[in-house]
Design a binder for this molecule. Structure first.
Ligand code: NAD
Length: 426
């Protein structure tokens, strides 16, 4: 069963980003020239490429890479394989990446892309050829100093390994080693970072801990629900479990399950690995998912797709905190309702920033030919995600704005400053 509303409303995603941007730009009085620059994406690459299927037939796929801004460094952001990927979704997600990397203080800009397809319809060997041919089609538009993709919905370490191998294979022998750094989120043996898999979920939970510290709450004993039990959802639940919080409901593309006594996170994780989704899990009851966001809980972690919390369900939410693991799960109008209802939101660009911070560590590790230990990775992640959180809270107080607007302001101030310092060529 699917409760996804993104197909119906996906064109709103870019509108949402721009409304959030306008609100923050007004609040901080962003320089008008910089505002014009940041309101546009720099490059939009659309490729149509043929791939041979297992039965010998040919299919033509459409892939996207939008490069929003690179004032602070190379474009950085994931690749998504999903039927809802289109130019608007790629624009929205690329723009969010610019804010996210600026907010985290990283030397990166923002990019995002993917292929419009349902990966479940293809065999592993077809997915490999689709990925390799997409990489080839993107050609010199990506690179370790230019634009560095990473995993997102339905893409993983294996797909990153195929991209790296394809990209490096098209280079001269003396450039191949460096070319392999074109993506982050690679398998550890192929240059990936130990801990990159859990970085986003770890950052989500670190943000929740910071919220608890800020408000005098305790994470221990809190009931929480998670939408999406893939990379972000599972790892967030794993770390919430370590904090003593109780998982009471989960929803994914295969169904919705609920157990008010608590769902065993690790058993559910095993089940999803073996079955591809939460359906059929015996440690909870399978329920109707239509009212998922209205289920009784203290904390809600959306960790699936965009535009899930809308004016249709914002009024029924019981959680006092929404920690946005996903990108763009709350639409602009729904957020107004949440604000009136005193429901705090840790915005995506802050809450899930652990992922791109982990990617940055991997990129550094590769460039320095080092191998980082997971303990060090998690300490540094905690430090950088915590510092971003503190900056947002301080800025929210300074401008008397909500945390999302404050997060944008922190990012926009950094971008504004760099444009002022460097000017605009020529
Ligand atoms: P994933 O592919 O590992 O998992 C996606 C999850 O979403 C799956 O559990 C899937 O069942 C669920 N889902 C898909 N369609 C659904 C539907 N219609 N209803 C309910 N659930 C549905 O992807 P991920 O990497 O965990 O990414 C999840 C979200 O987090 C995305 O919004 C992504 O942009 C964001 N994000 C990911 C990272 C990262 O490092 N992977 C970093 C930052 C943000």
């Amino acid at each position: 069963m699917s409760t996804n509303t993104e197909t119906k409303k996906r064109t709103n995603m870019y509108e949402n980003v721009m409304r959030e941007f306008d609100k923050a730009a007004d609040a901080m009085n962003l320089d008008p020239g910089v505002r014009k620059i940041l309101a546009a994406t720099q490059n939009e690459i659309i490729v149509h490429f043929p791939v041979k299927m297992d039965d010998g037939s040919i299919e033509v796929f459409t892939g996207y890479r939008v490069q929003h801004n690179n004032a602070l460094g190379p474009y950085k952001g994931g690749l998504r394989y999903h039927p809802t990927v289109d130019i608007d979704a790629a624009r929205a997600l690329a723009t969010w990446m610019t804010w996210k990397t600026a907010l985290a203080g990283l030397p990166y800009g923002g990019g995002k892309g993917g292929i419009q397809l349902d990966p479940k319809k293809y065999s592993q060997s077809e997915l490999e050829r689709i990925t390799r041919r997409f990489t080839y089609a993107l050609g010199e538009n990506i690179g370790p100093d230019l634009d560095i993709p990473a995993p997102d919905v339905n893409t993983n370490a294996q797909i990153m390994a195929w991209i790296a191998d394809t990209f490096a294979s098209t280079k001269a022998p003396n450039q191949r080693f460096e070319a392999f750094n074109v993506v982050t989120g690679k398998p550890v043996v192929s240059g990936g970072l130990e801990g990159r898999d859990r970085a986003t979920g770890f950052g989500v939970v670190n943000s929740i801990k910071k919220w608890a510290e800020h408000t005098g709450e305790k994470v221990k004993g809190k009931k929480y629900i998670v939408q999406g039990f893939g990379n972000v959802g599972y790892w967030a639940a794993h770390f919430m479990n370590e904090e003593g919080a109780i998982l009471t409901a989960v929803q994914d593309h295969t169904g919705t399950i609920r157990n008010d006594e608590g769902i065993d996170v690790e058993k559910l994780g095993e089940h999803v690995l073996q079955n591809g989704g939460i359906a059929g899990f015996t440690g909870a009851e399978s329920v109707d998912g239509a009212g998922f966001f209205g289920f009784d809980c203290d904390i809600c972690i959306p960790a699936a797709l965009g535009n899930q919390i809308t004016t249709d369900n914002a009024g029924s939410i019981k959680a006092k905190l929404i920690a946005e693991g996903a990108n763009g799960p709350t639409d602009f109008a729904a957020e107004e309702i949440l604000r009136d209802r005193n429901i705090q939101v840790i915005p995506d660009i802050l809450c899930n920033g652990g992922g791109v911070i982990g990617s940055y560590f991997e990129w550094l590790q590769n460039r320095r030919s080092e191998t980082w230990k997971i303990e060090d990775v998690l300490i540094r992640l905690e430090d950088l995600t915590g510092r971003a959180f503190d900056r947002v809270v301080k800025t929210a107080d300074k401008y008397s704005v909500d945390w999302r607007t404050a997060a944008y302001i922190v990012a926009l101030e950094r971008l504004e400053q760099t444009y002022k310092e460097r000017g605009v060529f020529p």
